[in-house]
Design a protein around this ligand. Structure first.
Ligand code: 5MM
Length: 337
């Protein structure tokens, strides 16, 4: 197997990003219902098969993140998902966290669980073809308590260390939510605090920064804020935060979309890359690990109808192509400037 640094670097290869298709059974079932599809193991499988087998996907996507259920499933031709992804030139990843639970004495904060038994699960996932993993912490910028920051940073670092010991590249995802009416400065302050704590804990746990991918939020205004930051401002503040907190040895930063549309997320990613390039060559690749910003249009187009699969795949391909372009460096932003 390739070294951790080689896998991490390949995940963020020029023009490539990561497709997050790892919704838990509960989340995926809700999204299917909203799209008019009856949720079941079979419909969840059919939907993920549609995504993975999109023609040309490997031109824009280096890896796909799956959940436990999908990595244990087979495509309709009987090929296991992990094997099918590898055959298509796409690395298979696995979401290993078990979701969030409330953290006592933290003013309503949450901590992500899933460390118990993780060592054994990682071995089993590797057997099924996973070469990278993902763990997501969720933080609310408007009510950020130091206990929430500390608990989540510690858990992310314990997870990352276990992954690297198992020969699996950890994607480290501390998500500062965009829900709320806060302005961009609140997101910037919270994300700086969170990333500084995360990299402090990763170092304390002996995690090699060359063998991880960071999956942070962009620095943006809260969804309900009346003052929506434009891409140039998002780029400036995002790069300030990353420069202050992320070691240059980290090969790549793959942003989550956090509820942004494909157009908005790609405009922001393009602006981030343009500004980074204007300041010289950034130490890390700056790309995408979007979920909703890539797949929402495809799910709506498919709505469980086999005859709509090709149209759905076209929509996914268009969104992945746009994200890939945005990750390449200076391009014309689609929204604002
Ligand atoms: C695809 O959704 C992922 C898993 O969500 P749940 O465990 O809550 O079901 C999620 O972690 C996702 O990978 C990230 O939030 C990035 O996705 P977005 O849609 O924010 O780009």
């Amino acid at each position: 197997m390739l070294g951790l640094d080689k896998v991490a670097t390949a995940l963020v290869a020029p023009g490539k990003g990561i497709l997050a298709a790892d919704e838990s059974i509960a989340t995926m079932s809700k999204r299917l219902e909203t799209a008019g599809v009856t949720p079941s193991a079979d419909t969840r499988r059919d939907y993920r098969q549609l995504l993975l087998t999109t023609p040309g996907l490997d031109s824009w996507v280096s890896g796909i993140i799956l959940c436990d259920e999908t990595l244990g499933q087979d495509l309709s031709d009987g090929t296991p998902f992990g094997e099918a992804a590898t055959a298509l030139g796409i690395m298979a990843g696995i979401k290993v966290d078990k979701g969030v639970t409330s953290l006592p004495f933290s003013d309503g904060g949450f901590v992500t669980e899933g460390l118990d038994g993780l060592r054994g699960r990682l071995d089993a996932y590797r057997e099924r073809g996973a070469v990278f993993a993902k763990w997501r912490a969720v933080l609310n910028p408007a009510s950020l308590h130091w206990r929430t920051v500390h608990a989540n940073a510690h858990a992310l670092a314990r997870y990352a260390a276990l992954c690297q010991a198992a020969g699996i590249v950890p994607i480290v995802e501390p998500e500062v939510l965009m829900d709320g009416s806060h302005g961009i400065a609140v997101c910037q302050a919270a994300t700086t605090t969170v990333l500084a704590a995360v990299f402090g804990e990763l170092d304390a746990m002996g995690v090699d920064p060359r063998g991880i991918v960071l999956k942070p939020n962009m620095i943006i205004s809260g969804t309900e804020s009346e003052d929506q930051a434009r891409p140039a401002e998002v780029a400036r503040d995002t790069l300030q935060v990353l420069t202050a907190t992320v070691p240059p040895a980290v090969p790549g930063i793959a942003f989550l979309s956090g509820g942004q549309s494909n157009e908005q997320a790609c405009a922001n990613l393009a602006a981030i890359n343009a500004q980074a390039a204007a300041g010289g060559t950034p130490p890390w690749r700056l790309t995408f690990s979007f979920g909703r910003a890539l797949v929402s249009d495809a799910l709506r187009a498919w709505h469980g109808v086999a005859a709509s699969a090709a149209d759905a795949q076209d929509k996914l391909a268009a969104n992945c192509r746009r994200a890939s372009e945005a990750s390449k460096g200076p391009v014309t932003a689609a929204v604002g400037a």
